[in-house]
Design a binder for this molecule. Structure first.
Ligand SMILES: O=c1ccn([C@H]2C[C@H](O)[C@@H](CO)O2)c(=O)[nH]1
Ligand SMILES: [Zn+2]
Length: 137
C-alpha cells in the first residue's frame, strides 16, 4: 500500500484515541502481509500506567486475531517532527516485526521519516536470547 494511504489510515485511527489525560491523540496503521490494515489508537486510563499506545493497540488487535506477519507500521501524532514511538512500543514492534520492516513515522504536517524496526531498537532483547539460555540448561 502507498505510504500516503497508510498515513491516511493512521490519521483516521488517531480520531478514535481515548486521551482525556494527555490530550495527545496518536494513530497507527499496521499493514499485514496480506495487505489488510489494522488501525490502532492510544487508550488511556485514570490509572495512568495502564494506558496503551496506538502502536501496541494495532499490534495486539492483529495478533489477537491470529495475524503475526506484517509489512509495515505507520504512526502519526500532532508533533513538531515525525512522532517517536516509546520504548515499550519499540520492544513490542521488535517482537512481531522483522528487523528490516519499514516503520513510517509521521505527523499532521505531513512530515515523514522512514525507518526500520532495527533502527528503532538496535540490539533488541528477543526470543533468541531466551532460546539460547534454555539450550545451556
Ligand atoms: O508513539 C507514541 C507516543 C505516545 N503515545 C501515547 C501514550 C499516551 O497516551 C500519550 C502521551 O504520552 O501518547 C502513543 O500512543 N504512541
Ligand atoms: Zn508506546
Amino acid at each position: 500500500m502507498q505510504v500516503e494511504q497508510l498515513m491516511n489510515e493512521a490519521k483516521q485511527a488517531m480520531k478514535m484515541a481515548y486521551v482525556p489525560y494527555s490530550k495527545f491523540p496518536v494513530g497507527a496503521a499496521l499493514e499485514t502481509a496480506d495487505g489488510a490494515i489494522y488501525r490502532g489508537c492510544n487508550i488511556e486510563n485514570s490509572a495512568y500506567g495502564l494506558s496503551n499506545c496506538a502502536e501496541r493497540t494495532a499490534i495486539f488487535k492483529a495478533v489477537s486475531e491470529g495475524i503475526k506477519s506484517f509489512k509495515s507500521i505507520t504512526v502519526i501524532g500532532d508533533t513538531d517532527g515525525p512522532i517517536a514511538p516509546c520504548g515499550s512500543c519499540r520492544q513490542v514492534i521488535a517482537e512481531f516485526c522483522a528487523p528490516d520492516m519499514p516503520v513510517y513515522l509521521t505527523n499532521l504536517k505531513g512530515h515523514l521519516q522512514e525507518t526500520t524496526v532495527d533502527q528503532l531498537l538496535p540490539g533488541a532483547f528477543s526470543k533468541e536470547d531466551l532460546d539460547y539460555a534454555e539450550e545451556q540448561l
